[in-house]
Design a protein around this ligand. Structure first.
Ligand SMILES: [Fe+2]
Length: 505
C-alpha cells in the first residue's frame, strides 16, 4: 500500500490568509438565504441547553442505559431482516462498479449558520457523489425528533444522495428513538431504559431525560415546517452497519455515550471486517482513535480487546479510520510494524461549534511526527479566531486580546510548529501578545458537561473553519479530500482544499 500526499491546490489556509477566510470576507455567502427566519445560534452557555444534555452526565457518572438500549434496537433490526441473511449482518449492498464517491460530514446538527454553510457546499459536491454519511451527532443538543426539521431535513434538502448516519453521544441522549425512526425506520415507543440495580442506578433513572414527543411537524416546536427528506434507500439496517461501495467496504460502528463498544457489536465488527479480505476497509466511528496527539484505541465493554486491534489486523485490510466527535480535522498516517500505513482521520467539523486545535501539542505519537500531521484549522488560525471570541465575550472588545494570524504563526513557529510560509510570520512578538496567547491557550478544554472551553466560546459568523470529506474510490485507490468551509461570500463554488491524499492498494 502506498500513500501519497499532494499539496492542496489553489486557495487554502495553508496558502494564504485569504484562503483561511481572514481577508476578503466581506460577509456571509449565499447559504445565508437557506437559514430559516428566526434561527437562533445554539448557545452552550444557555442553562436550558445544558439541562437538555444532562443524560451525558447521568450516563458517565451514574449508570449508562445505552448498551441495553442498543441491544434492544439490534434485536428489532435482526427480527426485521430475518436471521441468516446478508441484511441480518447489517451489510448494505451499496453502489457497484470501480468508481464510487462518498461524502462524510461530522457532528453537524446545531441548525445554525455554520451548518447551513457546510450544507450548501455538501449539496454542490453531492451532484457528483453516490451517498453521504453523517459521522456522529446528527442532532444537538439531545437528538430530539422535534429538531430534525430545522437541523436535518431542511439544511440537507438539496443534498441529492442518500444520507446514512452513525449516532453520536448527543443522539443517544434521547435513547436513539428519533435517529432509529428516521434512518432505520424502526420504532419502539414503549421501551423503558434499563439502568441496573443500586442507588446510582435508581438516581440515574430519576434524572434521565426521556424522549420528547414529536410535535407533529417536521420542524417541530419552533414552527418551521419543512418536507422530510426520504429515508436512505436501502434503509439503514441498524445503528451500526457496513456498506459495500465499489471496491471497498465502509464499516461503521456505534460508540454510544461513553465511547465504548459492547461485546455483541465487537463480535460483529470482527466478523464483517474479516469478511471479503480482498476489499480494503474504511472504519467510520463516533470516537476517533488518534486525536489531539493521543491514542485512544476504543474500549470494548468487559474486555481488554480494542477497536484498533481489529483495524490493525492485517487480515481485515483496513486502510483508513475516520472518526467524528471532535469538531475539527486531523490526520495521522500511522506506519505499522508490518510496513502498512493506516490513515487515522478526525473529521467532526461539519457544523457544530469548533474544537480548538491550538491546544494540540507538537505531535509525536506512534511514529507520527509534526511534519506528518495535518489539521484544520491550523493552530495559528484557531488561536487567532478564539482570541477574537475571548476578547468579545469576556472583555467586550475593550482589552484588545485578539491576536493577529501572523502573530499567532510566529507564536507557534517559536515552539517548533511552522504552519505557514515564513514571509507571513510576524517579526517578533511583544510581551503583550505572548501573554494573550498564553491566556487563550489555557482556557479549559477538558470535559465538564462537554469540552467547556470550546463550547463556551462558540461562534456563528464567518470565517467558520468548518470541514467535510470526500472519498473517491477507484479500483485500486482512494483519494480523500478535506474541504474547508469559511462561509465567506464568493467562496461557495470553490471550497478550499485543506488536505488531499491518495491511498493505493
Ligand atoms: Fe459532537
Amino acid at each position: 500500500m502506498v500513500v501519497a500526499t499532494t499539496n492542496a491546490p489553489g486557495r487554502s489556509s495553508r496558502d494564504s490568509e485569504s484562503g483561511a477566510g481572514w481577508l476578503d470576507c466581506s460577509g456571509p455567502g449565499v447559504w445565508c438565504d437557506d437559514v430559516p427566519d428566526g434561527t437562533r445560534s445554539l448557545s452552550w452557555l444557555r442553562p436550558s441547553v445544558l439541562w437538555q444534555s444532562r443524560n451525558d452526565v447521568v450516563a458517565t457518572t451514574l449508570a449508562d442505559p445505552t448498551p441495553a438500549a442498543r441491544a434492544r434496537w439490534v434485536e428489532l433490526a435482526r427480527q426485521r431482516a430475518g436471521e441468516g441473511t446478508a441484511v441480518a449482518d447489517f451489510v448494505i449492498a451499496g453502489p457497484a462498479g470501480d468508481s464510487v464517491s462518498m461524502l462524510l460530514v461530522g457532528d453537524p446538527g446545531e441548525g445554525d449558520n455554520a451548518q447551513y454553510a457546510v450544507a450548501h457546499e455538501l449539496a454542490e459536491q453531492s451532484k457528483s457523489a453516490d451517498f453521504a454519511v453523517i459521522c456522529s451527532d446528527v442532532i444537538y443538543p439531545a437528538g430530539d425528533q422535534a429538531d430534525y426539521g430545522r437541523k436535518f431535513h431542511h439544511p440537507y434538502r438539496n443534498v441529492g444522495v442518500p444520507i446514512y448516519a452513525l449516532p453520536g453521544n448527543h443522539d443517544w441522549y434521547e435513547g436513539l428513538h428519533a435517529f432509529m425512526h428516521y434512518f432505520c425506520k424502526l420504532d419502539d415507543p414503549g421501551y423503558v431504559p434499563r439502568f441496573g440495580r443500586g442507588p446510582a442506578a435508581w438516581l440515574a433513572s430519576r434524572l434521565w431525560r426521556k424522549p420528547q414527543q414529536d410535535s407533529g411537524t417536521a420542524g417541530g416546536a419552533d414552527g418551521v415546517t419543512v418536507a422530510e427528506r426520504p429515508p436512505p434507500d436501502p434503509v439503514q439496517p441498524a445503528p451500526y452497519f457496513a456498506i459495500d461501495a465499489g471496491p471497498a467496504r465502509y464499516v461503521g460502528i456505534d460508540t454510544g455515550i461513553n465511547g465504548e463498544v459492547d461485546a455483541a457489536q465487537y463480535e460483529w465488527l470482527q466478523r464483517v471486517s474479516l469478511q471479503c479480505p480482498e476489499r480494503p476497509k474504511i472504519l467510520l466511528t463516533g470516537k476517533p482513535i488518534y486525536v489531539d496527539g493521543t491514542y485512544r484505541p476504543g474500549r470494548v465493554i468487559g474486555s481488554r480487546q480494542t477497536v484498533d486491534q481489529v483495524v490493525t489486523d492485517p487480515r481485515a485490510n483496513f486502510v483508513m479510520a475516520i472518526g467524528g466527535d471532535i469538531h475539527n480535522y486531523q490526520r495521522y498516517p500511522v506506519k505499522l510494524a508490518d510496513e502498512r500505513t493506516i490513515q487515522y482521520v478526525v473529521s467532526g467539523g461539519g457544523g457544530a461549534y469548533m474544537h480548538a486545535t491550538h491546544v494540540i501539542p507538537p505531535v509525536y505519537i506512534n511514529g507520527v511526527t509534526e511534519s506528518d500531521f495535518r489539521c484544520y484549522p491550523l493552530r495559528r488560525d484557531s488561536l487567532a479566531r478564539f482570541s477574537q471570541i475571548v476578547d468579545r465575550r469576556l472583555f467586550g472588545g475593550l482589552l484588545r486580546t485578539s491576536i493577529e494570524p501572523q502573530s499567532a504563526a510566529r507564536y507557534y513557529a517559536d515552539r517548533g510548529i511552522v504552519s505557514r510560509v515564513d514571509r507571513e510570520l510576524a517579526d517578533r512578538l511583544s510581551l503583550g501578545v505572548r501573554l494573550k496567547a498564553a491566556l487563550v491557550r489555557r482556557i479549559p478544554a477538558g470535559r465538564l458537561f462537554h469540552r467547556f472551553g470550546s463550547e463556551a466560546f462558540a461562534f456563528d459568523s464567518p470565517p467558520f473553519f468548518k470541514n467535510f470529506l470526500r472519498v473517491d474510490l477507484e479500483r485500486t485507490s482512494a483519494t480523500v479530500t478535506c474541504f474547508g468551509v469559511t462561509g465567506c461570500a464568493g467562496t461557495e463554488h470553490t471550497p478550499s482544499v485543506e488536505d488531499r491524499f491518495t491511498i493505493t492498494w
